[in-house]
Design a protein. Structure first.
Length: 294
């Protein structure tokens, strides 16, 4: 064999050996590399599953404890004796009373509800018809007032003209319903405090604690604290949005009390009574706050 052929054969043989060695090293590398990966992945999966199970157990125990605690608290509340007013369990009624204490502390006759320009007044909205039955004649209506300083077994009576003779008040305020809606509306009437003063209904130095207002048919009634009743924005109203009151809004006379939610703004006033005992209240008897202050 010539020298050139020998050289070519040796070169080819060495290249083949190198390729075989490289292939063997690659296979060995893959075998060595794959095995740890499989072990590593399997270990990670086991750790993840283990941690997930621990979290699941903790979550189950946490939510279970919270459910038992919540159910126990609900059962405890529902089995507490209720106070006389509204049949509400005493822990919840105490919450109402705490709100009343706070409201009374910051209450002031100088603290007025914001008033708005007439341009912002919205359309009237009728809401609630208890006490507004059709069996009513506004032409023979008289406002009856009892519990006054002019002690008498017979209530005093006042006509709408008696009330309209007092100084006229015209305000636009944001009426707020306890259901969550509100609307700017215009009210015209006389101050409740002016009504008391003009007709000398009470001894200014010995005011009773409460006022009770009831519809003519007796089906709707509210109780007020005297401070709120004599607030300068508490009105006996005979007009709304520039028109005489309509039946659905309490004609011929209704209450506006800006320091309370709408449930206290009694429509179609029939009787007013001054008293030192907390009066009954239609919505308080049904679980709402008696004070209902804003």
């Amino acid at each position: 064999m010539s020298g050139e052929l020998k050289f070519a054969f040796r070169f080819w043989n060495s290249q083949k050996i190198m390729e075989e060695n490289n292939l063997k090293e690659s296979e060995d590398f893959l075998e060595i590399d794959e095995k740890p990966l499989e072990v590593e992945d399997e270990g990670n999966d086991k750790e993840i599953v283990k941690e997930f199970r621990q979290i699941s157990r903790r979550s189950f125990m946490t939510f279970g404890a919270a459910g038992i605690l919540g159910g126990g608290l609900y059962y405890w509340l529902r089995t507490r004796p209720s106070l006389t007013l509204g049949g509400i369990e005493y822990p919840l009624r105490y919450g109402f009373q705490f709100n009343e204490v706070l409201a009374r502390k910051y209450f002031s006759h100088s603290r007025l509800a914001p008033e708005y320009p007439k341009s912002q007044v919205g359309d009237l909205r009728a809401n609630g018809a208890v006490g507004l039955g059709e069996d009513f004649d506004a032409n023979i209506w008289k406002l009856k007032v009892s519990g006054t300083a002019k002690s008498s077994q017979t209530p005093l009576e006042f006509s709408l003209e008696d009330i309209r003779s007092l100084p006229r008040q015209d305000i636009a305020i944001n009426f707020k319903c306890i259901e969550g809606w509100s609307r700017i509306m215009n009210y015209v009437g006389v101050r409740f405090s002016d009504f008391i003063e003009k007709y000398q209904l009470l001894d200014i130095n010995n005011l009773p604690e409460y006022v009770s207002l009831t519809t003519p048919d007796g089906t709707y009634y509210v109780g007020l604290d005297m401070e709120s009743a004599t607030h300068p924005q508490t009105l006996l109203c005979y007009e709304m949005n520039g028109e005489p009151l309509k039946p659905e809004h309490g004609a011929p006379l209704r209450l506006l009390i800006t320091t309370k939610y709408g449930i206290k703004n009694l429509k179609r006033i029939g009787t007013i009574e001054f008293t030192n005992e907390q009066p009954k209240d239609y919505w308080a008897e049904r679980g709402y706050d008696w004070y209902a202050g804003l």
